[in-house]
Design a binder for this molecule. Structure first.
Ligand code: TYM
Length: 334
């Protein structure tokens, strides 16, 4: 069986970008009998960006409810919370010790933080940058390598981290023997980077997201807030680079997409395009939204599912970490 693995960081409410870029492809992959899915709440990752415990906890509930509402089959899938699998942290250390610092210097998230500091003249380039942020790709590599994932469905912003996981795995294999499979990213070209309300990448850290299960009225309001250019109805419009079109592309089939391209050429009014987009998203999401609301009222049930998932995950991670301990020479001496 091929192993498909992905995680969502528990720092906020899941949004359309998370859904189209990672969750939906992962749910679809989980329906293939040849696939063993590993989907998890990346709560150790949350500590890198967020020091509000209540928020991390609430986000864990919301993200877990999202997977279940979308119909993840927890019989087949291993659905767990990262922090319930402490072997991941042990592996993180083993990997840290074979990871070149220079590789981490090149990570986008770290580089962006340094660049932002350097914009302010005379500022310390490392201001506010923790070791958690700096070595974050190693933790992510451990998530992936712990279960020897073959395929990792993600949005474009995570591709570099998966390449780094491959590098780190190769390095470890080279030193200690072939223990790890080299993972590959799976990218859905129609949903690789959804843009947010302000036209930048939709992201929790930009505060420009459209939460996936926003109630219908609020969803409509948010879609109406998406920034457009000021072309009038009847003036031809360019779908390329248009936030509304980009999001529509993640939800529509090729036939619908062509029809909308034609409407852009004719000069569709932005108000009408927003209505079309709202309906498209709402039709896909509405049934799961009801299940989501109900699941939020049943945290015990969700916790039970996560506990079952943790048991399944640890049945794999415990023996594997023993194997790795042997490989690096930290096993019992007699
Ligand atoms: P996170 O929590 O930022 O995002 C979760 C997933 O959603 C995708 N995504 C998007 N896709 C398209 N358009 C967008 N605007 C958009 N915003 C987010 C992300 O690419 C991601 O796939 N480090 C990861 C979580 C993680 C992980 C892992 C993923 C931890 N360990 C192991 C895969 C494998 C993160 O912070 O994703």
């Amino acid at each position: 069986k091929s192993i498909v693995l992905t995680g969502i960081t528990t720092t906020g409410t899941p949004h359309l970008g998370n859904y189209a870029g990672a969750i939906r492809p992962a749910i679809n992959a989980s329906k293939d009998e040849q696939v063993r899915p590993f989907y998890f709440l990346a709560d150790y990752h949350a500590l890198i960006k967020c020091s509000e415990p209540a928020r991390v906890k609430q986000s864990s509930l919301e993200i877990a409810a999202t997977w279940l509402a979308l119909g993840l089959d927890t019989e087949n899938a291993v659905f767990y919370r990262q922090s319930d699998v402490p072997e991941i942290l042990e592996l993180t250390w083993m990997l840290t010790c074979v990871t070149a610092k220079g590789l981490m210097n090149r990570a986008h998230a770290y580089k962006a933080a340094v660049a932002e500091n350097e914009e302010t003249e005379g500022n310390d380039p490392d201001k506010g940058i923790t070791m958690g942020l700096f070595s974050y790709p190693v933790l992510m590599a451990a998530d992936i390598l712990m279960f020897n994932a073959n395929k990792v469905p993600v949005g474009r912003d995570q591709i570099q981290h998966i390449e780094m996981a491959r590098d780190i795995a190769s390095r470890f294999n080279h030193i200690y023997g072939e223990h790890f499979v080299l993972p590959e990213a799976v990218l859905d070209d129609n949903a690789a980077t959804l843009l947010g309300l302000d036209g930048r990448k939709m992201s929790k850290s930009y505060n420009n997201t459209i939460p996936l299960f926003e109630p219908e009225k609020k969803l409509r309001k948010l879609i109406n807030k998406i920034k457009t250019n000021s072309l009038e109805p009847g003036e031809p419009k360019d779908p390329e680079g248009c936030t509304l079109f980009g999001i529509y592309q993640a939800f529509a089939n090729p036939y619908e997409l062509n029809a909308i391209r034609a409407r852009y050429a004719e000069g569709i009014a932005w108000g009408e395009m927003k209505q079309v987009l709202f309906e498209k998203i709402n039709d896909e999401i509405a049934p799961a939204r009801e299940r989501y609301e109900a699941l939020l009222q049943a945290p015990r049930h969700i916790e039970e599912q996560l506990q079952l998932g943790a048991e399944k995950a640890r049945a794999i991670s415990r023996p594997f970490i023993q194997q790795l301990r042997e490989a690096v020479g930290i096993a019992p001496i007699a």
